[in-house]
Design a protein around this ligand. Structure first.
Ligand SMILES: [Cu+2]
Ligand SMILES: [Zn+2]
Length: 204
């Protein structure tokens, strides 16, 4: 190829690129036309899967230190989906919360897990003006067979970093109580002793 023909080839390429840029601008203007915007709601209604969120599995133990099954926490755009599959629990309704620290010491009757995980400036319970704590969840019913199979969407916590994160420096704990959370009493709904506990931490 001579010097001249190489120059011509380069110029021709530049002209093609310029004309394509012109076509793109024209398309952008048409995007504002009524026909294009009428198609937009259909696009918005289409399913857009969220990127897979973080998942944490944790072993739930009773006061005897033995496993009662597993809980799985799943980050979703709507909150943390809590799935529990447990057995060997006493029949009845039980308070069910996230507590402040990832410590489930049976010798201390799980009091090592601290108070409720607040996730900000919140009081306890669904029935109080400044409630609920991020860690508050509805009472859970265990049947005569001692099984608890449940899913709860908790919108007050996250597995991502930040003030509402269950995966903070000292972790958190899922705690099941002997009695019923009245959703009102401070600081923990008067739900009685702690009968089961699971450590929620980054390591799991
Ligand atoms: Cu509790
Ligand atoms: Zn609470």
């Amino acid at each position: 190829m001579t010097r001249t023909s190489r120059f011509l080839a380069a110029s021709a390429a530049s002209i093609v690129m310029l004309s394509m840029a012109g076509a793109c601008n024209a398309a952008a203007e048409h995007a504002h036309a009524p026909v294009a915007s009428a198609a937009a709601p259909a696009a918005a209604a289409a399913e857009v899967p969220a990127p897979a969120g973080k998942v944490v599995h944790a072993d739930v133990i009773g006061l005897d230190g033995k496993s009662r099954g597993m809980v799985m926490l799943q980050e979703t755009p709507a909150g943390v989906l809590v799935s529990a599959d447990l057995k060997g629990l006493p029949e009845g309704d039980h308070g069910f919360h996230f507590h402040q620290k990832g410590l489930c010491d049976t010798a201390e009757k799980f009091n090592t897990s601290g108070g409720h995980f607040a996730g900000g400036d919140h009081m306890h319970g669904y029935m109080v003006m400044k409630g609920p704590h991020g860690g508050d969840m509805p009472n859970q019913h265990v049947g005569a067979d001692g099984m608890l199979k449940t899913q709860i969407l908790n919108t007050g916590v996250t597995l991502s970093p930040g003030p509402k994160s269950l995966l903070d420096a000292d972790g958190t704990a899922l705690v099941i109580h002997a009695g019923v959370d009245d959703y009102t009493s401070q600081p923990a709904g008067n739900a009685g002793g702690r009968i089961a506990c699971a450590v929620i931490s980054k390591a799991q």
